[in-house]
Design a protein around this ligand. Structure first.
Ligand code: CA
Ligand code: CA
Ligand code: CA
Length: 247
């Protein structure tokens, strides 16, 4: 991705953003907050992450210090080495909550953009009649993250499905050999805000959550580990302790 030279937003603009953001994560008393950091690209500099219920739906949102979703990866030109940019809400939920094999890692909701490949075979995000050409358009995933030393010391990766294993997977699993689901919840943007509204099947009970912005990359040889977290830009809690709570 391009890392742009950063200019801190004027205080007046920040104040306007805060006032306009009554329903933004940054306006929520119980949000997980993060300080502005001029060293992080503003579109990925988290100010707050928040999750709340809205009737039967669960709303995951995040306020950034820039224009959420405004930055997309520069294509690599191939699946091998393909870059992915993401807004991620790691949760305390067991992966079985959304249909994955249970006890397999950190279940996280993610909004991603990756122009080199499409992993939403059921969704035609750009509305051109081809469901297989819109990976660049922001779309949602459930992923199961696990510490993956082959991704780098202390790094997380999306859990691989070893050949011959048949773990439980969600119905909308897109067929990649990793713990990923493409549930079709369309991310929405409102200036600094990104919002993903989720419909769970049944009750989840209390959810602990956090907010993360990160770059991932497909393995250059397209084998395990297939999808590594390569750069963590910001973590709302600072330590991935999932301090957010929604009943
Ligand atoms: Ca921040
Ligand atoms: Ca698609
Ligand atoms: Ca399309």
């Amino acid at each position: 991705m391009r890392i742009l030279n950063l200019t801190p937003l004027p205080v007046a603009l920040l104040a306007t953003t805060a006032l306009a953001g009554g329903d933004h994560a940054a306006g929520m008393a119980d949000a997980v907050r993060s300080d502005p950091n001029p060293a992080i690209h503003a579109a990925f500099d988290i100010l707050a992450a928040h999750v709340h219920r809205d009737g039967a739906k669960t709303v995951f949102h995040m306020t950034t210090n820039g224009v959420a979703g405004s930055e997309r990866p520069t294509p690599a030109g191939a699946l091998g080495g393909a870059p992915v940019l993401s807004y991620v809400w790691p949760t305390s939920l067991d992966p079985a909550t959304v249909g994955f094999e249970g006890g397999t890692g950190i279940l996280a909701l993610a909004a991603t953009s990756h122009p080199d490949f499409d992993d939403t075979p059921l969704e035609d995000e750009n509305g051109d009649g081809d469901a297989g050409n819109d990976g660049a358009d922001w779309h949602s995933h459930w992923v199961v993250l696990t510490p993956t030393e082959d991704c780098g010391e202390g790094a997380l990766g999306v859990r691989d499905i070893p050949e011959g294993e048949t773990p439980a997977l969600p119905e909308t699993w897109p067929g990649l050999p990793i713990f990923i689901d493409s549930p079709g919840f369309t991310p929405e943007f409102d200036g600094p805000e990104i919002v993903v509204t989720v419909a769970f099947d049944g009750e989840t009970g209390e959810i602990g959550y956090d907010g993360v912005t990160a770059a991932l990359r497909v393995n250059a040889n397209v084998h395990a580990p297939l999808l590594c977290v390569t750069d963590v830009f910001d973590i709302a809690s600072g330590d991935l302790s999932l301090p957010g709570r929604v009943d």
